[in-house]
Write a protein that binds this ligand. Structure first.
Ligand SMILES: [Zn+2]
Length: 245
């Protein structure tokens, strides 16, 4: 179950399914990614606060250059640039990883046996390319993970209540899972899809069963999270963060 916690009286979003490492989502109060001029002080202050909370050096707090690709990389201490990367695997301690979102689906993965984690960025393009399932497959292939040891948190994203798509996107998303039941709705002739639900179904079809899905929609809960669609292409993002202990 998802719940709000606080760092220095500022809200973050957590799940009770992952408690043994740091894994959480920032909110508007704890924003660490924005290009808006009036946000820079807050972003800097929050980054320092979160690194202190994680017990890591700010130079070891890294995020990739997300481009809606299906490219997956492994974070390494001393490496700060990850071009065209939409999922980052974390195997080292003293290193924090974050990816940034405003409507796209954030997926945090954690293998408690191997003590390794990952974050995937799944907008409709990433979801159509099955980036979260591909990340699980890489954990299995390269890091000896078993699907039954992996917990997934699916964070705040635009909900089926608000995510209207065209027929082409609908068809692409539908083809990624065997069972597309309850993952879309037709309302007044428009198609709405459940990006969080599609990612959950993809992960289930990869063998995961320990999955927590966040109830928040970035449009309906725009007071807590950022929405690209609802805020006229804002450059501010909430982030998914992991740091091993
Ligand atoms: Zn909504």
């Amino acid at each position: 179950m998802f719940y709000f916690d606080k760092i220095n009286n500022k809200k973050i979003l957590k799940s009770d399914k992952i408690q043994s490492i740091n894994a959480f989502f920032t909110t508007r109060q704890t924003v660490i990614k924005s290009k808006e001029d009036n946000m820079q002080n807050l972003v800097f202050e929050n980054k320092e606060l979160i690194c202190q909370y994680l017990g890591i050096d700010i130079k070891n707090f890294v995020s990739p250059n997300q481009t809606h690709s299906a490219n997956i990389d492994v974070a390494k201490i001393g490496k700060s640039i990850y071009p065209e990367t939409d999922a980052l695997i974390l195997t080292e301690k003293n290193l924090g990883v974050f990816l940034n979102f405003a409507d796209c689906t954030p997926v945090i993965l954690y293998d408690k046996k191997q003590n390794i984690g990952a974050i995937a960025h799944a907008g409709w393009r990433g979801t159509a390319q099955k980036i979260s399932a591909l990340t699980v497959q890489k954990l299995i292939r390269d890091f000896n993970s078993k699907p039954s040891d992996i917990t997934a948190l699916i964070g705040p994203a635009i909900g089926m209540c608000c995510y209207n798509v065209g027929e082409e996107v609908y068809t692409k998303l539908k083809s990624t899972v065997c069972d597309f039941e309850r993952l879309y709705e037709i309302r007044e002739g428009n198609i709405y899809v459940d990006l969080k639900g599609i990612n959950k179904r993809q992960l289930e079809e990869t063998g995961l069963y320990d999955i927590d899905v966040c109830p928040y929609c970035t449009v309906h809960n725009n007071d807590e999270f950022f929405s690209y669609r609802n805020e006229n292409a804002t450059t501010s993002r909430h982030s998914a963060i992991i740091c091993l202990t």
